[in-house]
Design a protein around this ligand. Sequence first.
Ligand code: GGG
Length: 360
Amino acid sequence: MNTKQHFRLAVIPGDGIGKEVIDEGLRVINHLEKSSNGKFSFETDYFPWGCEYYLENGKMMAEDGLEQIKNHDAIYFGAVGFPNVPDHVSLWGLRIAICQGLDQWANIRPVEFLPGVESPLNHPDRDHLNWVLVRENTEGEYSGIGGRNFTGRGPGKEVAVQSSIFTEEGCERIIRHAFELARTRKRKKVTSVTKSNAQQYGMVLWDEVFERVSKDYPDVETDQWLVDAMAAQFVLHPEDLEVVVASNLLADILSDLGSALAGSLGIAASANLNPDRKYPSMFESVHGSAPDIAGQGIANPIGAIGSAALMLENLGLQNEAELINKAIRETTKEGLLTADIGGKNSTKEVTDGIISHLSK
Ligand code: GGG
C-alpha cells in the first residue's frame, strides 16, 4: 500500500476526444480531492504531446519526454491519433514509446457490463458478467522489428517483414501477473489465448510457459484457447471468462470485442502497469481519439473516468476508486448516457451525474 498522500500526475491529453475526456476525469479527481479534507492531494503537469505537437516539431513527444515523466507518480493519458498524421507514426511515437520506454508490461483492460447500457449480447446473466483482459504490453507482435522494400525487386513487388518477439521472461511475467490477479477474484480462473497452431515459435513458447507457471497456482483453474475460437467464446459463453491473458495484438483485439459486447468502447477503462514500480504506470481509456466526434462535446467520459479509478487504486486510494466505480454504475442506471450507448446526454452532463453520485 502506497502511503504517500501527495501525488504528481503527468497528464497527456493527446488527440481528439482524448483532450475532452481527460478534463472530465480530472474534474472527478478534483472533486474527490476537495472532499477528502486534506487526506490526499494531486499536482498536475500537462504535456502537450500528440499529433499537433508532431506537426510543429516533427515528433510526437519531446526528445527527453520519458525523462520528463518518469518521476511522476502516475500518467493520465487521453488518446492518440488524428487523420493528419499516419496512425503508425502517432501510435509508435507516443503511446507505445511510453509503454515500452517505461516498461509498462501489463495492460489491464476490464470488461464491465453497466446497468442501463444496451448491449448487443443476448445473455440471461448479462448484468453480472465481468472479466478482465491481461495484455502483454511491451513485446510480442509490437516488437517493431521488420522492414519494407529491401529486396529491390521493383514496383508492385514490395515485400514487408514484421517480426514478433516472445521472450520466456516476457511471457512468464505477464502470465504470472494474470494468475496473481485471478487469485484476487471470485472464480479464480485464467484463460490463456494464442494462435500457436499457426504461430509455431513464439506462441508455442507462450503455451509452454503458461503450462509451467500454472503448476505454481494449483488453486487457479485454467484453460487454453486459440484466438479464433476465443472470439466466438466471448459471444457465446462469456460466463466462462474471468482473467484472459494474451499477447499484445491478440488481447488488443479481444478487448475491443469485449467492450463492444458490453455496449461501447467508450466505457472501457485500462491501466498500463509497471508492476515493478520502477516507473509510473499509465492510465487511459481503451478508445482512440475518435476524430469524427471530436470537439462536439458528446464523447463518452466513462472510459477515462474509469481509468482514473484504476489510477487511484494503483496509488493506494482504494476507497475513492470504489466510489468512482459505484457512481458510474448509478449514473448509467438512472439513464444519463452519451449517444454511443443509446443516450442523448453530453460528455459534461454524464460527468456531472457521476460527480453528483460521489457526494451522495
Ligand atoms: N487511449 C487509447 C488510444 O489512444 N489508443 C490508440 C490505439 O490505436 N491503440 C492501439 C493499441 O493500443 O494497440
